[in-house]
Design a protein around this ligand. Structure first.
Ligand code: FAS
Ligand code: PHB
Length: 391
């Protein structure tokens, strides 16, 4: 089998790339190890940057997002019992869209299949070959039958635990890594959110986040040990901790509801440089991950896709390789800016074991400054709503 672009992974990166290429008349095949049902049910990111939402609208994928998504014009930072709002729209003229990643994936899969897109679910034994030649290929199994996909380009959209990045020769990739001494317990509950906007709370017992997926589904996070077992968190213990950490002295009340999902996610910052090798291009989590405090993971993947889709259009339609040759350099400038913001939000809002009283006071002072200085609030807001896409 042959195609122009072989895409490994049907997450937001792989699916959006396949869709954008289709709009330019460029064919691709997406190879995914999990089932369609699995990838469409996988609860992950919740916030779309302004630019991500705009891109989805421009490529014809905004209708359900605009109908069911929640447009947010600000967020609340809560510390020392006080709540202070960062007004995105007043400070930047932009907003964010609260619309689950799994919903974006559902929309992308439906559109690709409706457009005749070729997505192979539940494949196995995926390997890449000859990326440094003009005839790269991907071998895989489908229904137990060995197959080969010949292509001009391979897009490694297979996430942090995929096979593309590890397939590169030892020493080719320079790793930049920071592992945090805590994780997040993520909770999904059938409850109307107790706040119209997201609440980021810094508390002596640890960080907490009140988010949401819809007017009837709440999404919450609690800072916990990185290797914590979600099974040790009873519903009572979860709600008790959320009440404590989200409390303020201004009358906030938290509504409880049935918990329908809980899981622990480790926190890590990671960048692989470069993000390309011959005809292989690493995209999204395959190349970088961030702690979710800044709501950036999926949005970074979209940023990479925007650059790669344009570069491939120039190469394939106009035989102009300049953008493709500078893909990694172009993406990494935005990637490092987003890494910095995600690290900064995480450092400001979480408790670090071993931090002394001075460290704690500096963190509280930083929260006080960013919520009282317009100049400081603009820096948070413009990063949170999203830096300009690099295209
Ligand atoms: P993805 O990981 O989404 O997709 C990669 C795809 O490749 C998957 O479907 C996988 O099954 C497939 N794959 C893997 N190996 C393969 C192989 N060998 N062959 C074929 N297919 C293969 N971000 C936020 O902004 N906010 C959050 O709250 C948040 N929470 C998260 C919680 C968890 C548990 C995780 C793991 C990530 C979270 N993220 C969050 C980050 C997440 O949203 C990613 O940034 C986003 O999924 C990146 O999209 P992709 O790059 O497409 O990678
Ligand atoms: C979420 O709703 O999953 C979410 C929102 C904001 C974040 C992280 C996660 O910073």
């Amino acid at each position: 089998m042959r195609t122009r672009v072989g895409i490994i992974g049907a997450g937001p990166a792989g699916l959006l790339l396949s869709h954008l290429l289709h709009l330019e008349g460029i064919d691709s095949v997406v190879l995914e190890i999990r089932s369609r049902a699995h990838i469409e049910a996988r609860i992950r990111a919740g916030v779309l940057e302004h630019g991500t939402a705009e891109l989805l609208r421009q490529c014809g994928l905004g209708e359900r997002m605009d109908r069911e998504g929640l447009l947010h014009h600000g967020t609340i930072l809560r510390f020392g019992g006080r709540s202070r709002r960062i007004d995105f729209t007043e400070l930047t003229g932009k907003s964010v869209m609260v619309y689950g990643q799994h919903e974006v994936v559902r929309d992308l899969v439906a559109r690709r299949l409706a457009d005749g897109g070729d997505i192979r679910f539940e494949v196995g034994d995926v390997s890449i070959h000859d990326v440094n030649t003009d005839a790269p290929s991907i071998s895989y199994t489908e229904g137990g039958v060995a197959r080969t996909l010949e292509c001009d380009i391979i897009a490694g959209c297979d996430g942090f635990h995929g096979i593309c990045r590890p397939s590169l020769p030892p020493g080719f990739i320079r790793d930049f890594d920071r592992i945090y001494p805590f994780g997040w317990l993520g909770i999904l509950a059938e409850v109307s959110p107790s706040s119209e906007e997201l609440v980021y709370a810094r508390h002596a017992r640890g960080f907490a986040l009140l988010s949401m997926r819809s007017p009837t589904i709440g999404r919450f996070y609690l800072q916990c040990p990185p290797d914590d077992d979600a099974g040790t968190w009873s519903d009572d213990r979860i709600w008790s901790e959320l009440h404590t950490r989200l409390a303020d002295q201004e009358g906030f009340t938290l509504t409880e509801g049935p918990i329908i999902q809980k899981g622990v996610t480790a926190m890590r910052s990671y960048v692989a440089e470069p993000m390309q090798a011959g005809r292989l291009f690493l995209v999204g989590d395959a190349a970088h991950i961030v702690p979710p405090t800044g709501a950036k993971g999926m949005n970074m993947a979209v940023g990479d896709v925007a650059v790669l889709a344009r570069a491939l259009e120039r190469q394939i339609r106009h035989n102009d390789s300049a953008l493709l040759e500078s893909y990694s350099q172009t993406c990494l400038r935005r990637v490092w800016n987003v890494q910095r913001f995600s690290w900064w939000m995480t450092s400001m809002l979480h408790n670090f074991d071993g931090a002394n009283a001075f460290d704690e006071q500096v963190r509280l002072a930083e929260l006080d400054y960013v919520t009282t200085s317009r100049a400081a609030a603009v820096t948070l807001a413009e990063n949170y709503v999203g830096l300009p896409l690099a295209v």
